[in-house]
Design a protein around this ligand. Sequence first.
Ligand code: DSN
Length: 443
Amino acid sequence: MGYRIIKSRGWMEVIMSDLQKNDGELYEILKREISREESTLELIASENFTSKAVMEMTGGVMTNKYAEGYPGKRYYGGCEIVDEAENLARLRLNKLFNAKYSNVQPHSGSQANMAVFMTFLKPGDTIMGLDLAHGGHLTHGSTVNFSGHLYNSVSYHVDKKTGLVDFDEVFSVAIEYKPKIIICGGSAYPRFIEFDKFKEIADKIDAFLMGDIAHPSGLVAAGLHPSPFPYCDVVTSTTHKTLRGPRGGIIMMGEDFENPWGKIAPKSGRIKMVSELIDTAVMPGVQGGPLMHVIAAKAVAFGEALKPEFKNYGMQVINNAKIMAEEFLTMGYDLISGGTDTHVLLIDLTSKNITGKNAENILGKAGITLNKNMVPFDTRSPFITSGIRIGTPAITTRGMGEVEIKKIVTWINKILMNPDQDDLINNIRKKVFSLCSDFPIYH
Ligand code: DSN
């Protein structure tokens, strides 16, 4: 397996050779990970490949800087330059989503969600989100997560027939439990998030509406998925999925509004606006020092997403997912909701007599990486599952299109139909390798 990335001379080569000199063990591990990424088909719906510019910033000197606080109000000296990077990240993010407020410091989507809960809720308050097994997320009230420990969590589900959010149930659960916050969005929901319908229900019970757009945020930014604004009071996302930035989280509001709870800051008295409460919840509430190298890299990625090419990328991501869905449907696969509007496909393999766990394992042997996933009303555990989740953001970044998608679906089907045929799997592994060689990631 070739190690191709350092053939071009540049910053990475310099860093690599230092790493090679000083820590051969990690250098070898890094080389092997580069080879793995270059030579396998990445179909995990939440993964992507950042640009070299994003990686350059992520791997750059700003990792050295402490900057607790916010631009212009830091607890450390020497922050003038990182302030410029953070200001630019906020400015670009606001422009990208047409938001009036943003916080770019959350280290992850989970920490962004935690800061929102700390702002809008007290422990013991009721929250309502999409059930994890129906496409939701751990932080939307799962019992194994802080969101299910600290808050009283109730769930809504998808309709068994359509696979779409059951808004009759959303309404009845909302009326019965009166959650303070309704969360829309999830990590395995193939269709558009219908923010307007959630808003109608949230308004009926005077709840706040939170949109977690971690998965489709790149598509929202490209104008290809409905915007959460003006419907959601607050929106969180990760930056590394369809948005194709460094690993991290963000929080946004379409409009700032007055602190409705009269919350008081210990030293400075009454806090006037919700934006100040969110800032305080992120730091010092949830986090300490911000990752300035990642914040600066987020700014680079937002700059890339503001370019017209990013819309083309988003369109291709969705086209590829739709072609993939059609191909699977033609081959008799059971797609939750019957297809996709986005970058995600959720496939129930029950009728194909293979579990999600086995499918993930044997496809992995052929260099096709995806994840097992619960399907709605699954009877199997999250460690086994009846389904797989597939996404197109990463292979689209590599430049793959219709021809390649059709090949990939054919290979997946052959393997799933013949899981014990090692020769077939090895043969497809060679084809996967060859296809990947035609679409290098970092040349
Ligand atoms: N783990 C992410 C995903 O795969 O969708 C969500 O946090």
